[in-house]
Write a protein that binds this ligand. Sequence first.
Ligand code: HEM
Length: 465
Amino acid sequence: MGTALDLADVQGNILNGYGSHFGHAVHLLLHADTAEAARQCLQQVQGRVTTAARWSRGHRPRTTLNVGVTYSGFQRLELRPSLLDRFPEAFREGPSKRAADLGDTGLSSPDEWEEPLGAGHVHLLLTICAQTPDDLSRAWERLRDELGSITGLAVVAEQETHALPRRREHFGFADGFSQPEIEGVDRPSSHRPTWDSGIGVPLPGGRWRPIKAGEFLLGRPDEDGQIETEPDPELVRNGTYVVYRKLRQDVQRFEESLTEAARRTGLPRELVAAKIMGRWRDGISLATESHRGDPGDLTEVANDQPANDFRYLPDDREGHTCPLGAHIRRANPRDALDFGGTLTDSGVLTARHRIIRRGMPYEETSGSGSDDRGLLFVCYQADIARQYETVQKDWCNDGDTFGLGDDPDYLFGRAGSSGKMAIPMPDGRPRFVDVPPDLVVTRGTEYLFAPGIGALRKLAEGAFG
Ligand code: HEM
């Protein structure tokens, strides 16, 4: 297992989520005119950044605070060029340059993104999570005041998010509970019977093991036995890359599309919804419960932690239970990527492409008075290209890896994709549903790095210049 994780040096909400107690959050996106302004901001907050160290019983804070730095933020902090040049290409290029490749085209293209997202103006991201809306307002107000006193620092956008009741996202599905089990990280006991709970790496024979911490934290061994220390071990140790995406959801069109798909296929509407996601709206997976006479009370979450201990092979190779193109099967194929049985340890391949998701829904009224709602998607990984981008581009936007041609994930249909999803059925007669384009539209993306606590302190002192 290697040396124990230094949780007090890792920012909070990465290895373990803050959880349902912290259902209110705001992201402050900051621009610094000078290196001094950026450093002063880090000096101001670094002593109270929330870490991954578990708070003792009865000492849960009212609010938390975390920090991310973009590539242009590191430039603004005047890191020396030999370091800047050695950051990974995806991070240096940033999301706008990579947008076309990632399916951010048409309505989702960077030209349409909300300012200032993706334009290189954001240097720092400060995130407050809070137990109640009042806690959030107080901490937000206080932080604004503190930042306001720093010459040359501007808050260029503020993004509020709030958890919906029963852990739903706006399409009505329970969300956020299948997260990687990480070596050396204890989970709160209610979430963790054992690591056999099915969210690590599936092993042949039905067991599971936790994923190496280096898949998420730099400076730790990853699944390939490598330790990433570029561009500087002191800078990246215990840090992680962050993908921040504002995704608008067209809820009305999603519901209409389900009605239409049910009419065309003759399948019950809620079964179609479950086939699209791979889970019923209450979170129970199709792999666990393939049929429901009555879809049940869809407003409930099945239980605190819907079962994750399922895999797709050998019983569901054809996708008769959970379609090969369902969102959760694409986004984490578990043991299914065995290339027709030629790969015996397929779980290890998938383990190289896992992400930790910490998104939360947002809802706002736009200038025209219409409602704008969606998911403020946030994920953490050691390598943006290998993890987030592979999942988005190769697994969700395209079907080739799964033998599905260019069929997209139902959630991410775009003009120009095949526009269909196949739902294989046990009767041997697959049903096809139309995938409406732009059910989920990207409103903007930032790539960031969440440094470890020691690195944050050094950055605040002007190190690495
Ligand atoms: C508005 C957009 C999205 C919606 C509504 C959505 C919804 C969901 C839901 C309901 C689940 C099942 C609950 C769970 O496992 O926690 C899920 C799982 C997941 N999603 Fe998404 N998602 C969205 C975007 C994305 C994006 C952009 C990615 C990455 C590119 C992604 C990757 C994943 C992964 C990795 C899982 C876990 C699968 C598993 O471990 O079985 N999702 N999503």
